[in-house]
Design a binder for this molecule. Structure first.
Ligand code: BTN
Length: 246
């Protein structure tokens, strides 16, 4: 086992990603070290977003990885492996979760998990990667400022033991991480594409201040989203260049 070989628990942290990055500065931590906590005072999301999570209800963790064989230009492959690992875990209890590009995990139209991957790139290699995951497990009441949240308890109809859940999640992530390191990456990419939220469905998107109708066809090797417009042309978008209109 790589992921979960070393577990570091904290009752409270500002952010598990920040703590993992801090530890990486002056310690040689084994690959697969998991920093996890019951509560974050400054949980971080993509961009300027925050990640809020009720104390002791959910999973808040960051995994330290050294993905030597992944080139910086292939870094989206890490997102693919982590997203699929979370989906595999959710499948144990509820089938049909989707990946809302680039890496939000959705059940129906609700977000059950968010991923924040922070890579340290030096020259031609990824020196380390911190893969942060916030996964809603037992929380039932969410603040109004969080848009469309959902938890495993809400869909599966029962309370979960977070220690058991953590072990299962880490095991599912470990399988996907090993596939990333030693397996067929194009197969992982195909699985990711087949899991995409609203794949092949005509729906509304927004790019800048322009709204348009299109359908997601696939992603590029760099992880850009490809959307076919109504004129039949396919346009490619990098992160933040396009948004779904929900
Ligand atoms: C997003 O959806 O914008 C990404 C959210 C990622 C949240 C997790 S919670 C554990 C880890 N620590 C953080 O500060 N953020 C990630």
């Amino acid at each position: 086992m790589i992921i979960g070989s070393n577990l570091l628990f904290y009752e409270k942290l500002s952010s598990t990603n920040s703590q993992a990055s801090l530890l990486l500065k002056d310690k040689d931590l084994p690959e697969g070290t998991v920093v996890y906590t019951d509560f974050q005072t400054g949980g971080r999301g993509q961009g300027a977003n925050r990640w809020e999570s009720e104390k002791c209800k959910n999973l808040l963790l960051s995994i330290i990885l050294y993905p030597d064989s992944v080139q910086p230009e292939e870094q989206f492959a890490i997102s693919i492996a982590i997203s699929l690992g979370i989906c595999d875990f959710i499948d144990r209890y509820y089938s049909g979760c989707k990946i809302k590009w680039p890496n939000d995990i959705y059940i129906n139209n609700g977000k059950i998990a968010g991923i924040l991957i922070e890579n340290s790139i030096f020259g031609p290699e990824i020196k380390s990667s911190v893969a942060g995951i916030g996964l809603n497990i037992n929380q039932e009441n969410f603040p109004d400022n969080i848009s469309n949240p959902i938890s495993l308890k809400q869909v599966a109809g029962k309370e979960f033991d977070r220690d058991v859940i953590l072990e299962q999640l880490l095991s599912d992530l470990d399988i996907r991480y090993k596939q990333l390191l030693y397996g067929d990456r194009s197969h992982l990419k195909d699985e990711y594409i087949s899991r995409l939220y609203r794949l092949n469905e005509w729906c509304a998107f927004k790019s800048g201040n322009k709204e348009f109708t299109g359908r997601i066809t696939d992603i590029s090797d760099h992880g850009n989203l490809r959307i076919e417009g109504q004129n039949g042309r396919i346009a490619e978008f990098s992160f933040r260049e396009v948004d779904y209109v929900l």
